[in-house]
Write a protein that binds this ligand. Structure first.
Ligand SMILES: [Cu+2]
Length: 228
């Protein structure tokens, strides 16, 4: 989750998010390069009073500054497309989780098991404890096994919502009458936080998402306890 003085993106908890952070830094470096060059050129133009009566055109420099940006764009587009298609791929998932957005709570269905479903409400301010985060913690956390490919199915029951976990690089719209699919695998144990990312109505801020990422054997224990 985001903590105080935490700038930029959260640490990646999935391989895709790690790649997204690297891509973000890569593009930032290219931007830095362009900004430096352009501001250097603009400042020299302003400060320089020399003019030339005979220099009306420069074919060479014009060709260069047309082609150079096109080449730079290729260096952004290629890794960007690579990531886009990697995120789109569903790699033979070992578990499917369905999230349904409601006004105002999320409900979850573990479709691989019978009768494993629950609602997940935000913990109200009066019931906060030392260990919970205000507006971020839920009464029922999603429990998921780490290091296993997970398929998310996202939909809504009333209005548009959006199921989002920044540290997993996942943001999927929850649309009534539609099933949206995404996939991820969590690379470490821990608790991951997210919030609804679609302006869904009055209590939009009361739609947090909490994932408890645990080793597979703990997950199996949890499943057998839940479906008793
Ligand atoms: Cu919302």
């Amino acid at each position: 989750m985001t903590t105080w003085l935490n700038m930029s993106l959260q640490d990646g908890a999935s391989p895709i998010m790690e790649q997204l952070v690297f891509f973000h830094d890569h593009v930032l470096m290219i931007m830095l390069m362009i900004t430096t060059t352009v501001s250097y050129m603009m400042i020299t133009l302003i400060r320089n009073k020399q003019t030339s009566r005979f220099m009306l055109e420069g074919q060479m420099i014009e060709t260069t500054w047309t082609i150079a940006p096109a080449i730079i764009l290729v260096f952004i587009a290629m890794p960007s497309l690579r990531l886009l298609y990697l995120m789109d791929e569903v790699h033979n998932p070992s578990l499917t989780l369905k999230a349904v957005g409601h006004q105002w709570y999320w409900s979850y269905e573990y479709s691989d098991f019978t009768k494993l479903e629950f609602d997940s409400y935000m913990i109200p301010q009066e019931e906060q404890q030392e260990s919970t985060f205000r507006l971020l913690d839920t009464d029922n956390r999603i429990v998921l096994p780490m290091n296993s490919p997970i398929r998310m199915i996202v939909t809504a029951a009333d209005v548009l919502h959006s199921w989002t976990i920044p540290s997993l690089g996942v943001k999927t719209d929850a649309t009534p009458g539609r099933l949206n699919q995404t996939s991820f695998s969590i690379s470490r144990p821990g608790i991951l936080y997210g919030q609804c990312s679609e302006i869904c109505g009055a209590n939009h801020s009361l739609l947090p998402i909490t994932i408890e990422s645990v080793p597979a054997k703990y997950f199996i224990n949890w499943v057998s306890k839940m479906s008793e």
